[in-house]
Design a binder for this molecule. Structure first.
Ligand code: SAM
Length: 332
């Protein structure tokens, strides 16, 4: 039987290889990513344009998460990463200044990807060490699920109705895995486009309802990194490039312009939203010293193409209820 989802799952490889390339070239610091990239792809440098895009993508999300921790005050927080792939953010947070504030970090992806990641984690002393005592770590579901006191990796097809797919977030002994009473951030890094808008709407709505119900924290935030404007000439080139690799993007038309991302979350019950292109983030929030450092890392010939690419990706931040919207000086 044809596996139509294989090209979608494989986009995770692209993301991980791009990240490793940006690390090897000195754009980013990430001691964990090499452990999660298959050995055959360890030496696949990406062009400067991709390295810069990866830097802005990663840096923007890191800064938004940092702001989220600060806005939560001294409270413990939960992060749910949807379509997490080989992301290393949990390990970077666990070794950073917000480690103590992290109550749960839950990653969801297709079973094939979670089992690959669970295996890599178990094989790596460094990745395993961050999960705590080995006695408190368990692998289940035929190797597709990994649970530990903070970090949890679960196999989920996010297109399945959330009442079914997100059930594991509720059931875990006496307490739900995802507490309704703690500030919680949803992270959608390059995943919404792979899902039909009806499916991702249902997903976001599930979280809005869960955290908006009486007795819950009422504190739900979202950080999204997404392609948009795929209907224009350059967007169509990006779309065709993905299509030629068998990747379909049923969610792509949901974001004809940057405002559509905010509109969509506001329609789903978010109370505030803001989106910025990577180009805006680079020009407004990356300081001159850092820009100089980046410009010395590699020669960039395709300046116009870079600006076009950066114009088609954006970071979005939104809150439901009382989470204060991230302000300019808290980003970048
Ligand atoms: N978020 C990671 C990052 O940015 O490094 C990975 C991004 S990768 C482009 C997209 C990820 O979303 C893949 O790991 C893919 O398997 C996952 N994904 C896409 N559709 C999904 C679905 N319906 N259910 C679960 N995971 C999905």
């Amino acid at each position: 039987m044809a596996d139509n989802d294989a090209p979608i799952r494989a986009t995770d490889n692209d993301a991980a290889i791009a990240r490793l390339s940006a690390v090897q070239k000195g754009y980013l610091v990430d001691p964990y990513i090499a452990t999660l990239v298959p050995r055959a792809h360890l030496q696949q440098p990406r062009p400067p344009l991709i390295n810069i895009g990866t830097y802005l993508r990663s840096r923007g999300i890191d800064d938004l998460l940092d702001a989220w921790f600060r806005l939560a005050g001294g409270r413990k927080v939960q992060i749910v990463s949807l379509g997490a792939g080989s992301d290393t953010r949990f390990w970077r947070l666990a070794s950073g200044t917000h480690a103590e504030q992290l109550h749960k970090y839950i990653e969801l992806d297709f079973a094939e990807n979670t089992s690959r990641k669970a295996m890599s984690i178990r094989k790596s002393k460094v990745l395993s060490a961050a999960l705590g005592s080995p006695d408190a770590v368990s692998v289940g579901g035929g190797g597709t699920t990994l649970r530990s006191p903070v970090y949890n990796l679960l196999p989920v097809d996010l297109r399945t109705p959330p009442v079914v797919s997100l059930e594991p977030l509720l059931a875990s002994g006496d307490e739900p895995l995802l507490s309704p009473s703690l500030p919680t951030l949803l992270l959608f890094e390059c995943v919404l486009a792979y899902m039909a808008p009806s499916a991702s709407n249902a997903l976001v709505q599930w979280f809005v309802d869960y955290f908006g119900s009486p007795g819950s924290s009422g504190l739900l935030g979202a950080v999204v990194y997404e392609m948009f404007k795929l209907g224009d000439a350059f967007g169509r080139v990006m779309l065709n490039n993905l299509k030629s690799r068998g990747v379909s993007l049923p969610g792509a038309e949901a974001y004809p312009d940057i405002a559509s991302l905010s509109r969509r979350f506001l329609d789903l019950g978010f109370t505030a939203a803001q989106a910025l292109t990577l180009r805006e983030i680079r020009s407004r929030y990356v300081g001159p010293q850092e820009l100089r450092r980046l410009s010395r890392l590699e020669m960039l010939d395709e300046v116009e193409e870079l600006e076009l690419v950066l114009d088609h990706y954006c970071h979005f931040v939104g809150r439901s209820d009382v989470w204060g919207l991230v302000t300019k000086d808290q980003v970048g």
